[in-house]
Design a binder for this molecule. Sequence first.
Ligand code: ADP
Ligand code: MN
Ligand code: MN
Ligand code: MN
Length: 344
Amino acid sequence: MPKFKLEYIWLDGYTPLAGLRSKTQIKEFDSFPKLEDLPNWGFDGSSTLQAEGKSSDCVLKPVAVYPDSTRKNGVLVMTEVMMPDGITPHPSNSRASIPDDPDAWFGFEQEYFFFEDGAPLGFPPGGYPAPQGPYYTGVGYASVGNIAREIVEKHLDICLDAGINHEGINAEVAKGQWEFQIFGKGSRNAADQIWVARYILLRLTEAYGIDIEWQCKPLRGPFGGALDWNGSGMHANFSTKHLREVGGKPYFEKLMAEFSKNLDEHIAVYGPDNHLRLTGLHETQSIDTFSYGVADRGASIRIPHAFANNDYKGYLEDRRPNSAADPYLVAGRILKTIEAVPTS
Ligand code: ADP
Ligand code: MN
Ligand code: MN
Ligand code: MN
């Protein structure tokens, strides 16, 4: 029987940004293991801010499994952290709070910066490249440098090999800034995939000596001109069965009223430092205002034309979550707000 390398991945207890951790377990299986074949495992929670030293065991419960084409017989195992009883979710387990809805669909647009020696990849030492303009979806050495696209392509291939449902990739507005989009059906599916895609990107860039900067506003020059650079978002596109199949303007307006009422609760889980990014500039709404509009990239929620033209049926885009947000918390909060609105 082949020996499989099972890489158990979990989120640690760091705040406001959980870090990714992983370790390998070797196990024999006849063929590529299914989720139900994978045992729970443990780790030392006192080293990850998840337990006290005197009672340090935490449990890793597998929740999703992906082939790892970078390793012979490699398996990526996304897990949730549980208390020692194996049943109670650990307080750091943000996934456990997501309402279960197989018909909820999410598409996340993950933006991020490549960083090298503390600056965005491609920035000249101690200085700035030409102002933003040519970088978004750009091509050529002057726009994207000589290494970013190689990493982006490798990342895409590893993710596709793993069965991660990438829908696209693009170079973003700032130099050294990129995006990938992942779509999934089921309330936790896309968020699981985002975390695994983040893990794969971090692991891939180790060998290049390049960091991934998830923070939402790494460059903070004044608006306009050469020191002005976009921040990074993680737009959350969402739909439920009711939104896709019934919709209607009255329901939509009730839903938006509920989003407005819960402005603070949403912002609380849409990623740290978001006040630096949600300024009302750079295609954002300001952090203390809730708004929505058709095709409006300066609104909190953008209504796609297709939604408005189809009797308010389809999906909506919440533009506020940032690049460092935990997609589990984002998906959970959006579904909680939706659940509070009666569908009839
Ligand atoms: P933009 O950059 O213009 O906002 P993208 O093409 O980058 O748009 O992202 C659109 C996102 O919308 C994708 O992540 C896609 O998966 C998602 N999406 C499309 N249809 C649905 C749907 N019915 N429910 C949820 N998300 C959806
Ligand atoms: Mn996009
Ligand atoms: Mn984008
Ligand atoms: Mn978007």
